[in-house]
Ligand binder design. Structure first.
Ligand code: SF4
Length: 267
């Protein structure tokens, strides 16, 4: 009788490496900042649990998502508070990613305060009762040229006859030098929506913590750049995958990278 323990081939048990079925803006940005990080995360699928700042953003997004799904006249600060309490009790406080932060009572309170600061900051930018919402968290999946893409658009709205994509941001307002990098996301969404027959006229990025809006028109050249960027990133990813080599790109960002301990640039 063969001993199956001895005969077992650990290599055979390893899941096959596959290219992701589609690219999102965040996976494209991950590849652009460091191909090796993309490989760890999207090819090898090594978990990198979100940190506190990202989870604050997740919670604030969820509250704003629910708020904008309600009738316009009911979108008040009080309503947002009720939604936040409900979301917290029924979902977030028990979410595995949040539990993993292992916060004590004071830490949980600080977390809630920071999330509320983001929601409250949104009200300082605009009165949601006047927003003509077309869709909230719309899932968009298209093939742009040769690139399979997928994304969730925080909000599409109508304003003065224009179609506008809006995105909530809980990070810092980007310095002028990083603005192009930041608006690559709404430009990509506009190019994806164009593929579905929706013409986006403008974008708005709502930096809710900083209480500032960064916005502008979407021009034909922005769509061309977004398409080219997607082609370049996808072409490079396919090549790296077939070569079996994703380069490391050490930078100061490595200190915030969840893969630093296993990264060949550092081990
Ligand atoms: S530690 Fe730095 S070089 Fe390594 S995967 Fe992360 S970002 Fe890339």
């Amino acid at each position: 009788m063969p001993d199956s323990t001895v005969l077992a081939d650990p290599e055979a048990a390893a899941p096959a490496r596959k290219l992701p079925r589609s690219l999102s803006h965040s996976s494209m940005a991950a590849y652009e900042s460091c191909p090796k990080k993309f490989e760890f995360s999207r090819i090898d699928r090594i978990p990198d649990p979100p940190g506190r700042a990202m989870l604050v953003g997740t919670f604030a997004h969820a509250v704003l998502e629910d708020l904008m799904k309600t009738d316009p006249e009911t979108r008040t600060v009080e309503a947002a508070k009720r939604i936040a309490r409900r979301r917290w009790d029924r979902w977030f406080a028990r979410h595995a990613d949040f539990v993993r932060l292992d916060l004590d009572e004071a830490g949980r309170l600080d977390f809630r305060k920071d999330a509320w600061k983001a929601v409250e900051g949104y009200f300082a930018i605009e009165d949601p009762r006047g927003v003509e919402v077309v869709s909230v968290e719309a899932r968009v999946e298209v093939t742009l040229g040769s690139v399979p893409l997928m994304g969730f658009v925080d909000r599409i709205e109508k304003a003065g006859g224009d179609t506008v994509v809006s995105d909530y941001k809980t990070g810092k307002v980007p310095a002028a030098a990083y603005k192009d990098e930041a608006i690559a996301q709404p430009h990509l969404y506009a190019a994806m929506l164009a593929e579905t027959g929706v013409t986006v006229d403008r974008y708005r990025m709502l930096y809710v913590v900083g209480r500032q809006e960064v916005g502008g028109e979407v021009r034909a050249s922005d769509l061309d750049s977004a398409r080219q960027r997607a082609e370049d990133a996808w072409g490079a990813i396919v090549k790296d995958f077939s070569d079996g080599h994703f380069a490391t790109r050490p930078s100061k960002l490595c200190d915030w990278c969840g893969y630093k301990e296993i990264c060949p640039a550092w081990t």
